[in-house]
Write a protein that binds this ligand. Sequence first.
Ligand code: NAI
Ligand code: MG
Length: 333
Amino acid sequence: MAYRLCVIPGDGVGQEVIPCALQVLQRVLPNLEVVEAEAGWACFQRTGNPLPQHTMEAVAECGAALFGAVSSPTRRVEGYRSPIVQLRQRFGLYANLRPTRGLPGSDPRAAHVDLVIVRENTQDLYAGRERMQGEEAIAERVITRAASERIARVAFTLANQRPRRSVTIVHKANILPITDGLFRDAVREVGASYPQVAISEMLVDTAAMMLAARPDQFDVIVTTNLFGDILSDIASVWGGGMGMAPSLNLGEDVAIAEPVHGSAPDIAGKGIANPCGAILSAALLLRHHWQLSALAERIEQATYAAVEGGARTPDLGGQATTQAVVEAILERL
Ligand code: NAI
Ligand code: MG
């Protein structure tokens, strides 16, 4: 089978870490066909469009993409919309998988962390339905039964393949009984078809505290879009922080791998960005989109072995450069 990948480095450290992930992918898949494409703030500055039509087409043709990060302004800029949010919507990438594997370090709790946040990826406040009404600023939060059931199936299928077989539904149904009540009930109904998987639920604020204090209790967490965004950043601390955190956006036919971090303007261009988040994201693409679990496993093992062997960029307390980390990983592959 021919594997085709659209590569979108984006802005800032995206330009540094995506070539690393590509190098690793090409090591295990020598026949990988690569299509380069652009998106992001620099692209917007140059062309007036943060996500050109030819990039959309390249993603559609390949069916798989590796996306770095883009810089998005926090104020409204005419003509600009976050490309990754557009890509998620355009290709129906309704599931965002965000695993955290504990990186043994100074805190003994880290060694027992092995969790995945399954984040609904198309609706909630992320739909960006905002408007002004006089001096009132309004954001609409829409939660549908169909999208809640769809994400629940991803969570239960995944939990069923993991040793602990447990799903925690995270919501705020005490304050939002209509929207989050629907989400919770829909997920529980889907869960009834997976009798082997244990179901529990937790309010999002408690979940935030528990992820910080007792992260080992979680296996699969399923939650709405914005909560998943925030909770996965907390969880990422146990895995070594933003530089290590991977994610995969999954739909029916298309998948986009994407490190959780942003364009990191504070360290961009210095050659010290941690490439592991991007590399581990590529591994997720292999496992969940191309069903190449053994290759994904090899990449993950080589990456963790390299980091534990001392190939650490400054965010992990080391002095290694981006390039030195990639070389340590390639050597172990
Ligand atoms: P950020 O993730 O870019 O940076 C947060 C912190 O993590 C910084 O201290 C940074 O140096 C560090 N960091 C991030 N990636 C790293 C890596 N690979 N290696 C080592 N350290 C790393 O988030 P921030 O600063 O809030 O946002 C910066 C820009 O990125 C903004 O324009 C924002 O809109 C954008 N962003 C884009 C995302 C995307 O494209 N998916 C996601 C998050 C933010
Ligand atoms: Mg985020």
